[in-house]
Design a protein around this ligand. Structure first.
Ligand SMILES: C[S@@+](CC[C@H](N)C(=O)[O-])C[C@H]1O[C@@H](n2cnc3c(N)ncnc32)[C@H](O)[C@@H]1O
Length: 189
């Protein structure tokens, strides 16, 4: 599922609606951690990887991460391939991907960041905070029905994953499906 918001209250309510105790959350654009702290109080047995490239975020986020063992802060630019690579080495699944690079921030950048991160991490749910994207979705029309149920665009398959990231076996389609098969076998037993 993909949810878009602009109003910060709606964005946080959407998070609260889906967030569970053991979830792994990747938060792009955590700023000084106001939403990170809300998440950290709920997914006590999960993990939050929170990222921001603002110098303002560093002290506050380091402090927050020392208070909550489930928070890991990375000071980095989420548009960079190296940043994504750093994150995928730390997690094996992503339940929620949250993208808040500033609600009024360029929808083109926000969409590109969303598309690459979501194609790679394959989250169950993605929350995006951006005004321009809401305007686009609400103002556009189509006769065609192409729809995804996950937090990433299933219709595009793995097309968004940068070639270097594709080298990580964990993220190849074949391993994903064998992982699913393994889970199915375990469930049957
Ligand atoms: C509106 S604030 C986020 C607020 C936060 N999500 C909250 O709920 O309190 C947007 C943040 O996105 C960060 N940001 C914008 N572009 C970024 C980028 N390319 N890489 C990392 N962080 C970025 C900014 O530094 C800023 O702190």
């Amino acid at each position: 599922m993909i949810k878009i918001s602009y109003d910060r209250k709606i964005y946080r309510n959407q998070l609260l609606e889906f967030l569970k105790d053991k979830d792994t959350v990747v938060e792009l654009g955590c700023h000084i951690g106001k939403t990170t702290e809300i998440i950290a109080n709920i997914n006590n047995n999960g993990k939050i990887i929170a990222l921001d490239n603002s110098p303002e975020a560093v002290d506050k986020m380091d402090k927050l991460a020392s208070k909550f063992s489930n928070i890991e802060f990375i000071s980095a630019d989420v548009r960079l391939h190296d940043t994504l690579e750093k994150v995928i080495k730390k997690i094996s699944t992503c339940d929620i991907l949250s993208v808040d690079l500033g609600g009024g921030y360029h929808p083109d950048t926000v969409f590109k960041v969303y598309y690459i991160w979501a194609s790679t991490l394959k989250p169950k749910i993605t929350l995006i905070r951006n005004k321009g994207l809401i305007d686009f979705v609400k103002s556009s029309q189509t006769e065609e029905s192409i729809k995804s149920n996950e937090g990433w665009l299933e219709s595009c398959g793995d097309a968004g994953i940068p070639p270097q990231i594709k080298e990580f076996e964990l993220w190849s389609s074949s391993l994903c499906s064998s992982e699913k098969e393994l889970k199915n076998i375990k469930n049957i037993k």
